[in-house]
Design a protein around this ligand. Structure first.
Ligand code: NAD
Length: 260
């Protein structure tokens, strides 16, 4: 299947690391013009933009903290001017916030996870939909997690934020469908990126992780990027208001594989 996104403008939040970088590369490889959002490490965003341009693509780096409404509005204005109105938004930026049991947690850290992981996608989707609805075209892909569905002790803000984005996805999809705009979520399982390096770089952590993955391997960035590119394309034109799990079967409850 040949996926052609030429002429489309894509914005990837948190595009300068891990999944975001892979998604930006995948979209550019299919011909999209790509805006790479970053909040820290401008040098990595610029390096990615340089590499996409070197392959003949069009790309820009755009600064914004996705939890800041004014910064998000300014970022979309910048993309309008430099590449054109956004056709594809990938809400990828996110943090896990670190492990804290709820009764010991710091309220500010809890709220920060919600601000970045849930309010951020809302703010970016709001700006994107303002541009998509009138043009009767566009796709929003929200990166959630298997933890939109699987509880995770010590990460109540993270799980609540991802479950929230799942329902945000379905509700925005319902609002936007009459205007030909699709809104979907991709829920990664355990993918090898900086966010979980402490787990996969530790042999005991990796061994434990693999017991949770029926396909028996940790996911790679390309596993997610390929799905996002497909969902952003017209080949997925009948897919909206749903979450696609890309998790090696993690949500298939492997603990039950021996019966019992
Ligand atoms: P990562 O840490 O490599 O990337 C996260 C990105 O988000 C970074 O570029 C970071 O700078 C950016 N970011 C953080 N706060 C931001 C803010 N306020 N404004 C703008 N950007 C901000 O981790 P990753 O694994 O690539 O994570 C990407 C997304 O995938 C996250 O939403 C994460 O929850 C989700 N996810 C990852 C996994 C996994 O196994 N790697 C699994 C499930 C879900």
């Amino acid at each position: 299947m040949q996926i052609d996104l030429s002429g489309k403008v894509a914005l990837v939040t948190g595009g300068n690391s891990g999944l975001g970088e892979g998604i930006a590369r995948g979209l550019a490889a299919s011909g999209a013009k790509v805006a790479v959002n970053y909040v820290t490490h401008p040098e990595t965003a610029e390096a990615l933009v340089g590499s996409l341009k070197a392959k003949g693509g069009q790309a820009v780096a755009v600064l914004a903290d996705v939890s800041d409404p004014a910064a998000v509005a300014a970022m979309f204005g910048q993309v309008d001017q430099q590449l054109g109105p956004v056709d594809i938004l990938v809400n990828n930026a996110g943090i896990d916030g670190g492990r804290q049991l709820a009764w010991e947690s710091d309220i500010g850290s809890w709220q920060r996870v919600i601000s970045i992981n849930l309010v951020g996608p809302y703010l970016c989707a709001r700006e994107a939909l303002q541009r998509m609805v009138g043009r009767k075209s566009g796709v929003i892909v929200n990166i959630t997690s298997v933890h939109e569905r699987i509880a995770w002790s010590g990460y109540s803000a993270y799980t609540a934020s991802k479950a929230g984005v799942s329902m945000l996805t379905q509700t925005l999809a319902q609002e936007a469908a009459p205007y030909g705009v699709r809104v979907v979520a991709v829920a990664p399982g355990a993918i090898r990126t900086p966010i979980n390096q402490n787990v996969w770089s530790d042999p005991a952590g990796l061994k434990d992780l693999l017991t949770k993955i029926p396909l028996g391997r940790i996911g790679e960035v390309e596993d997610i990027a390929q799905m996002v590119v497909f969902l952003a394309s017209d080949q997925a034109s009948y897919v909206t208001a749903t979450t696609v799990y890309v998790d090696g079967g993690m949500t298939d409850y492997p603990d039950f594989s021996h019966g019992g």
